[in-house]
Design a protein around this ligand. Structure first.
Ligand code: GLA
Length: 359
């Protein structure tokens, strides 16, 4: 019996830059998915999910059904392994999650990275962590059709306690960024889940590819200062999409330096600027996320706030002065309760290690 813990992730800044070969600054967090497995003689994966309160059985040559169910993630795992010429072992697997599902904290990437890691461990094989991230990204595409970038899988595989990961998504070179002890991160769940998320996500990717082609660069990461006039000349929505990506890449590099310098006021301003850009230029926010960001920004002790993840719902990440973390959370949640009439779920999260075997 092997137990694996795969963390979720919060992206601190730089959204929708990974699939344009740009930079991101996520951290693995102390909420995650626990996956327990043992080998079985049957030629199938038998998976029980506590959260879904159900068990599925997949033959080791199963294909996705395309019905958006969690079974398709496992069909993606099976297909990705087969495609890369690896053995799909028979196994009994049980999953538990402390991560909210579908809330933009990468529950699906945690499930995929964790399962693939476990299946290798069950066969006594090690897998390079970057190869693991790529395999999980491929599994998600094969299982669900989502053309995600590499950010989530990479940080879930490579996270480090107390550090954020500045990742160059072109070279996959990572730089660990020390998060100062004066920084505390609060995640607030808007409760909104949008079914358009996957299709709109793929549309944004296509728009970025079209903008890069119109600018004559391989990817928007390559558009620099000299391309500003050309970007202004693009037709909408390509102009807005390209502007967001180019400026977001500048913000993430500045924010990484600000965290290293423990300049939380600057890091927070950059996070809030990122949110406005995602709202106005990239158009992936929703009013519920904007409201949480607005209220957070008016709460004393908050340095900045932004939506995190793909958008269209999900969570906001708030950067808070650590000494005031408790009172800020109370104040913020009570202001939101007065407006919404309900309690929103929230978590104080810490940067944690990537996927690992636990006792
Ligand atoms: C999702 C994707 C990531 C990334 C973000 C947006 O989380 O899985 O690859 O593109 O959206 O930044």
């Amino acid at each position: 019996m092997i137990h694996v813990r795969a963390p979720g992730r919060v992206n601190i800044i730089a959204e929708h830059t990974d699939y344009t070969d740009g930079f991101v600054l996520p951290m693995a967090i102390d909420l995650g998915v626990e996956i327990t497995g043992e080998p079985s003689d049957e030629r199938s994966l038998i998976v029980t999910s506590r959260e879904e309160a159900s068990t599925i059985e997949l033959s080791t040559d199963a294909d996705p059904r395309g019905d958006g169910s969690w079974r398709d993630y496992f069909a993606g795992v099976v297909r990705a392994l087969r495609e890369s010429g690896e053995v799909v072992p028979g196994a009994r697997i049980e999953i538990r999650s402390s991560l909210p599902i579908g809330a933009g904290l990468s529950s699906s990437a945690a499930l995929l990275v964790g399962t693939l890691y476990l299946l290798h461990e069950l066969q006594g094989r090690t897998i390079d962590r970057t190869a693991l991230a790529r395999l999980a990204q491929r599994a998600e595409f094969l299982g669900t059709g989502a053309r995600t970038g590499i950010m989530d899988q990479f940080v879930i595989a490579n996270g480090r306690a107390g550090r954020a990961v500045l990742l160059d998504c072109r070279s996959l070179e990572e730089t660990l960024v020390r998060l100062p002890s004066s920084a505390s991160f609060l995640v607030v769940d808007s409760g909104v889940r949008h079914s358009v998320a996957t299709s709109e996500y793929n549309v944004r990717r296509q728009e970025c590819e079209a903008a890069a082609a119109a600018l004559g660069v391989a990817a928007l990461r390559d558009a620099g200062d000299g391309d500003r006039a050309k970007i202004e000349g693009l037709e909408e929505p390509l102009r807005s999409r390209a502007l967001h990506v180019v400026q977001e890449n500048e913000r993430v590099l500045a924010a990484s330096r600000a965290f290293e310098d423990a300049d939380l006021a600057l890091a927070g301003r950059l996070m809030s600027a990122s949110h406005r850009s995602l709202r106005d230029l990239y158009e992936v926010s929703v009013p519920e996320l904007d409201e949480i960001v607005d209220v957070a920004e008016r709460t004393p002790g908050v340095h900045g706030a932004r939506m995190t993840g793909a958008g269209f719902g999900g969570c906001v990440v708030v950067l808070i002065d650590a000494q005031r973390a408790g009172s800020v959370r109370e104040h913020l949640l009570s202001s939101l309760r007065k407006r919404r009439g309900v309690d929103l779920r929230s978590w104080n999260v810490r940067a944690s290690d990537g996927v690992e075997v636990i006792a």
